[in-house]
Ligand binder design. Structure first.
Ligand code: EPZ
Length: 422
């Protein structure tokens, strides 16, 4: 297994290009199942999760080609010859559950392995299943698989989400585009990735209103057509790299960055003493006057502070002036980076869903272990400003969600390299 070596190397300067959003692409790709005509995605990120989704769609009979070094994904589901998403693929990536809604809507039958939990939580899919039932699907759980059927097709209905689940909203939104009649999604998730999915579905001929609000109305249509869609900028990659100059000092321009994707996060950066300004090419980030101040953070569904940036923000707050309280309200086990940061000298106390971080002058490099995708990059961020060398093991987590991390950070002066396991 590869590792990444990082050495504190002073302030950063230069530009970092931000890729298309992993979490948009992972819901845009299954949308191909809804139409017999080709769907092409541009600005796609080059990530192992995208390859996993590619293999899953191909296993269902879709044609999927990754072109132009993976930045373009050309898909066609003209013929679907398999309705089962097998456990061996689904267990590798939970977003596989997002084939359930479109496959059921298009073919009337879908057999999808339950994804199972992951490092950050149990990750149930009950809200996905209730939503499809509200559209007339018959569901049966057998030997770890969801057997969903709608022999006469799905019908419009009202879905009241108990929690604004991103994935459940995406599954229901895709399924509703081909249901007979009108579907209303109440307490729907509002993430930019859902807005991006709605725009793509509309380009395919779907009739959707209200995306980005907590109430989405979909008028079902008989069929969808082909389209070409540009994947929205990855706000989590953006926020992650915005923290690099915040932690190290210096000034970095994030190409393609947009403040509207991360307003709650940018407000917290401002309170912590970081200046974020818009440029012609994206966002420019630098410290206001040298000191980082402690700030409290609570993760919430969009437009609140994103849970996917909690670990990275903790890395910044480890050397802030004062004490910060971070509350993780979305997942039940998303502080696994804390013990690793403590190995680097951070002063963190975790009680349940709350982490209290008391800033220290400087972290010290140490061998640490990546435990999940976002934790792994928070350890790299911490290593960028630590004294000495940090070795982050198990970086395969990184490859799931960050393309060319070493190249992007070296490009702004970081002392970082990837070493392959012997
Ligand atoms: C999406 O996961 C993202 N993944 C996650 O990003 C992100 O952290 C999460 O949304 C929250 O923003 C993708 O888009 C592929 P949820 P998802 O359904 O859809 C509970 C990353 O690092 N829940 O909004 O699984 C669930 O257990 C990943 O890129 C139910 O109880 O998130 C969790 O506690 C990690 N029942 C909470 O809701 C359900 O049926 C949020 O889940 C569904 C969810």
């Amino acid at each position: 297994m590869d590792s990444i070596l990082v050495r504190g190397n002073g302030p950063l300067s230069g530009q970092i290009p931000i890729a298309g959003a992993k979490n948009a692409c992972l819901t845009l790709m299954p949308a191909t199942l809804l139409s017999e005509e080709p769907l092409t995605l541009t600005n796609a990120p080059r990530l192992s999760d995208i390859q996993t989704m590619t293999e899953l769609l191909q296993s269902l009979g879709a044609e999927v080609s990754r072109l132009q070094d993976g930045k373009v994904i050309a898909m066609s589901s003209h013929v679907l010859d398999n309705n089962t998403a097998h456990y061996d693929i689904v267990r590798k990536m939970r977003a596989s559950i997002l084939v359930l809604g479109p496959l059921l809507a298009r073919t009337g039958q879908a057999i999808v392995s339950l994804p199972g939990g992951c490092a950050i939580g149990a990750r149930p899919v009950d809200l996905h299943l209730r939503a499809l039932e509200a559209m007339g699907a018959q569901l049966e759980l057998k030997e770890g698989y969801v057997h969903a059927s709608a022999p006469k097709g799905l019908k419009g209905g009202q879905v009241d989400f108990a929690f604004a689940s991103v994935g459940a909203t995406e599954n229901a939104l895709m399924a509703a585009t081909l249901a007979k009649g009108t579907t209303i999604l109440k307490n729907a998730a509002r993430e930019p990735e859902i807005v991006d999915l709605a725009r793509c579905l509309r380009a395919m001929g779907a009739q959707i209103e209200g995306e980005g609000s907590s109430s989405i109305t979909i008028q079902g249509v008989d069929r969808l057509y082909g389209a070409t869609h540009q994947v929205v900028t990855d706000r989590i990659e953006l926020g992650t790299y915005m923290l690099a100059p915040a932690i190290c000092g210096g000034e970095v321009e994030l190409l393609g960055g947009r403040i509207d994707l991360l307003s709650a996060f940018c407000e917290k950066l401002d309170t912590a003493g970081i200046n974020v300004s818009e440029s012609a090419k994206g966002l420019v980030v630098k410290r206001k006057n040298g000191e980082i101040r402690a700030v409290d953070v609570t993760t919430e569904p969009f437009p609140g502070f994103p849970t996917d940036l909690q670990a990275q923000m903790m890395a910044l707050l480890c050397t802030a002036e004062g004490t910060s309280v971070l509350e993780e309200k979305i997942f039940e086990n998303r502080f696994m980076h804390a013990p690793e940061l403590m190995r680097m000298g951070a002063n963190i106390e975790v009680h349940g869903g709350t982490a209290t971080v008391t800033g220290v002058k400087k972290l010290k490099g140490a061998p640490v272990m990546a435990t999940d995708l976002r934790a792994s990059v928070s350890l790299i961020l911490a290593g960028l400003a630590a004294e000495g060398e940090t070795k982050v093991a198990r970086v395969y987590h990184l490859d799931r969600g960050y393309e060319h991390v070493v190249r992007k950070l070296r490009g702004v002066g970081a002392d970082i390299e990837r070493i392959s396991a012997a």
